[in-house]
Design a protein around this ligand. Structure first.
Ligand SMILES: CC(C)(COP(=O)(O)OP(=O)(O)OC[C@H]1O[C@@H](n2cnc3c(N)ncnc32)[C@H](O)[C@@H]1OP(=O)(O)O)[C@@H](O)C(=O)NCCC(=O)NCCS
Length: 301
């Protein structure tokens, strides 16, 4: 018997209940009352959110994307792609992806390790470039690097600094992160001058860096030293350590999602931080994100 046809259409607030049911069925662990609906509203307002519907069951999948970067050369960041487990392998993920990325050749995502994900994104022209490590640890074991200071900043100030440094206007995302639990903007200054800017926040054990951009004039560090000894990391690493050291984290514990090649990784591991898992940064070309400078959000980049 042939499968009933699947319809792909833009989502609206009336779909949130069905989307949440799929998110729960695929094992996501979220705050279903406030944070997740707030995230879906952010996607409706500032990105694209599609649902897949199959009669008579109703919603069987959803996918989201946001556009990042200079408008002349935007990158489509796939934020979500989830199909109900009862409908896996029936072409629904591919159908959602086809519509989300239609006409958007510069693409990226953080792929899960689900067996369908990497082959699907590879067939959409992406390659896996580096792991995104989900790190957790104690901020009290991190000393503020010399010359650095952290100050609170509004999301528009953070967004303006990032725009000046990278050409990407992430102000809407910074405003969204600021509305989350304990959400706040931060600017890290080196010798008085802004050198990194981002958003922090998150409930309970999720508290930590949401996203951090670093002035590209900063050397990333981590280069091998003479004699082959690995460098301890330069200013991009210092920026991450400074922001984490400045956090008032509950019980001292915080998280940061770091590209594996980021020079802060070795410093955090040496301070007893641990990697709890990873996703894969997949992109249509290398260089859409600089893994030695950016601390991206796994969902919104
Ligand atoms: C990843 C996911 C979105 C893919 O959606 P899907 O509807 O299951 O996938 P599709 O049926 O469209 O298949 C897409 C590709 O996956 C691969 N695939 C499908 N079934 C497979 C199987 N049994 N074994 C291995 N690969 C398989 C194939 O490459 C397939 O493309 P093809 O059929 O043209 O060869 C879905 O499986 C899912 O929600 N997984 C759990 C949540 C998750 O990890 N999401 C990804 C977040 S980044």
């Amino acid at each position: 018997m042939s499968q009933p046809a699947v319809t792909i259409r833009p989502a609206g607030p009336a779909d949130f209940e069905g989307i949440i049911a799929i998110a729960i069925a695929t094992g996501q662990d979220e705050d279903w009352e406030a944070a997740f609906p707030g995230y879906l509203r952010h996607l409706l307002g500032h990105g694209t959110l599609l649902v897949a519907e199959r009669a008579p069951r109703g919603l069987v999948g959803y996918g989201g994307a946001v556009q990042i970067g200079p408008s002349a050369k935007p990158v489509s960041m796939l934020t979500d792609l989830f199909v109900h487990p009862a409908a896996h392998g029936a072409g629904i993920g591919r159908a959602l992806l086809g519509q989300l990325w239609d006409g958007r050749p510069r693409r990226m995502t953080f792929s899960s390790l689900h067996s369908h994900a990497l082959p699907l994104y590879t067939s959409a022209g992406l390659d896996a470039w580096w792991p995104l490590l989900y790190m957790r640890g104690d901020v009290r074991r991190l000393a503020m690097p010399p010359g650095w200071a952290i100050e609170a900043a509004g999301p528009d100030r953070v967004g303006a600094l990032e725009l000046a440094w990278t050409g990407a206007d992430r102000s809407a995302c910074h405003r969204f992160w600021a509305t989350g639990p304990r959400g706040a903007g931060v600017v890290a200054r080196l010798s008085g001058r802004p050198a990194a800017a981002g958003s922090v926040g998150g409930a309970g054990a999720e508290y930590g860096i949401c996203h951090l951009a670093v002035d590209p004039a900063m050397p990333p560090g981590g280069e091998a030293r003479a004699g082959g000894e690995a460098g301890s990391g330069g200013l991009a690493a210092d920026a991450v350590i400074a922001v984490l050291a400045g956090l008032d984290a509950p019980g001292g514990l915080a998280r940061a999602c770091l590209p594996a090649p980021h020079p802060a990784v070795r410093r955090l591991l040496a301070a007893g931080w641990r990697v709890g898992g990873f996703d894969l940064h997949m992109a249509s070309e290398p260089g859409l994100l600089d893994p030695r400078r950016i601390v991206p959000s796994p969902g919104l980049a």
